[in-house]
Design a protein around this ligand. Structure first.
Ligand SMILES: *[C@@H]1O[C@H](CO)[C@@H](O)[C@H](O)[C@H]1NC(C)=O
Ligand SMILES: *[C@@H]1O[C@H](CO)[C@@H](O)[C@H](O)[C@H]1NC(C)=O
Length: 418
């Protein structure tokens, strides 16, 4: 029997402390950790669709909602504080006691992750060495094959390392990990396979929080492949604020991450009894599966990604946004092309409310909310995640009450979410 999606109502409790701005309920140390980054100016640094502080908090929230262990979520909170291969934001100076200071604030394990994360050449590690080693078709096939391998290992105790998907994985990312060059000193840095997987997970959280059409303009990402080939440095910030074409790439990252996890679990299963936990392989580092793309099992094709984005934008920005029948058909088509994103469902929910089709509105609001809580960040970044969640909850509540304003003043005075 296929697993079903976790409903919005079960996801909400985890999200509430973030929505209510009650950080101490998420982690008693969180308020202290946040003041450590505000006190060194993170709120004054620019970061793509926000300030740096906002971005760090968002990445932390995403990782927590995905169920990441604390050191990994904390690494998300501090992920570029020593600056890294993408950004120049050394707000803690490792040469002047910054590492000791961060250890005292975030703990040794999180600090170790942050430090490694900041010295690895992340663009080449994640893209050239991992993601670009697989074609999209290979990822799709290997997801299917590996699912069957995991099932056989679980149900029949059969583990076979000669399977083609495992051979490929081991060639790309061996069980002993990889060695990369320190971005500043060029020295060798050893990374365990689990550490590479963790950095891939963090990169997913990092990317989904910050990407929108502006980066597509910068890198000429017109086909949605996100291979960073272009160089239009004159692109005007923030552009028109459309959703970006990053989800195909992110779904490939998610698939790859899942393949690494499956290979790790089979590797550990066949090794089990004989050898104790190996710290150089970071075997104590827990690897979780984010809920996005149906628990990292689906790839969103590039054509669907582009088509869905354009349908959404047409519903939003064209004359369709006053013609409910036109908006409905655009948004339904959009949700069919890209079923992994929340906002088109929520906008469609509003369309149904306007024409008093409350049951359909309720269904769309539920689905939109579920997806928003899975992502922990918005796709349509013109509005904050909290803003979208509040809007979705309002739609859901009003749909259940079978009522929606019929006047403009009625719409702007909407607000309370119970
Ligand atoms: C995703 O994983 C969770 C937790 O294991 C499970 O409850 C849920 O049914 C899965 N969802 C899908 C669509 O596979
Ligand atoms: C990246 O994409 C562009 C445009 O689609 C293509 O011309 C180029 O060959 C691609 N480069 C790589 C490294 O895949």
């Amino acid at each position: 029997m296929p697993a079903s999606n976790t409903p919005f109502s079960s996801l909400l409790p985890l999200a509430l402390p973030f929505l209510r701005a009650e950080p101490h309920l998420v982690d008693p140390n969180l308020p202290h950790m946040v003041s450590a980054i505000t006190s060194v100016g993170a709120g004054e640094c620019w970061h793509k669709d926000n300030c740096f502080l906002g971005h760090l908090l968002d990445v932390y929230r995403i990782l927590k909602l995905w169920g990441a262990p604390d050191p990994v979520a904390r690494c998300g909170l501090f992920h570029s504080v020593y600056s890294n291969s993408y950004v120049d934001l050394a707000i803690f100076d490792p040469a002047n006691g910054g590492r000791e200071l961060l250890r005292s604030i975030a703990g040794d394990e999180a600090e170790r992750l942050v430090h490694l994360f900041c010295i690895v050449p992340r663009q080449s590690l994640i893209h050239d060495d991992l993601l670009f080693q697989y074609t999209e078709l290979e990822l799709v096939e290997h997801l299917t094959e590996s699912e069957e391998s995991v099932r056989r290992a679980r149900d029949e105790g059969v583990v076979d390392e000669r399977e083609p998907w495992r051979r490929k994985m081991v060639a790309v990312l061996p069980e002993g990990g990889v060695t990369v060059k320190h971005i500043n000193t060029g020295e060798d840095v050893a990374l365990s396979r689990r550490m590479v997987a963790t950095f891939l997970l963090m990169t997913m959280a990092d990317f989904c929080d910050q990407l929108y059409a502006f980066q597509d303009e910068l890198f000429d990402n017109t086909d949605g492949q996100m291979n960073f080939s272009g160089n239009t440095f004159t692109a005007l910030w923030p552009g028109d604020g459309r959703p970006g074409l990053w989800m195909n790439s992110l779904s490939r990252m998610a698939a790859l991450y899942n393949l690494i996890l499956r290979e790790e679990s089979l590797y550990l299963q066949s090794r089990k009894a004989s050898i104790p936990i190996q710290s150089e392989r970071d075997e104590a580092l827990e690897l979780i599966v984010p809920p996005v793309f149906s628990n990292c099992t689906k790839i969103l094709g590039r054509e669907s990604q582009l088509l869905a984005r354009d349908l959404y934008w047409k519903a939003m920005a064209g004359p369709a946004n006053k013609d409910m029948a036109a908006a409905e058909s655009l948004l339904k088509e959009c949700c069919k092309e890209n079923g992994y994103v929340a906002e088109p469902h929520l906008v469609l929910g509003q369309v149904y409310m306007a024409v008093e089709r409350y049951e359909e509105a309720e269904r769309e609001a539920e689905e939109g909310l579920r997806l928003l809580l899975e992502w922990g960040s918005p796709w349509d970044k013109r509005m904050s995640w909290e803003g979208w969640v509040a809007w979705g909850r309002l739609l859901l509540q009003k749909a259940k009450a079978r009522s929606w304003p019929k006047t403009s003043f009625g719409i702007i005075s909407l607000g309370l979410v119970r």
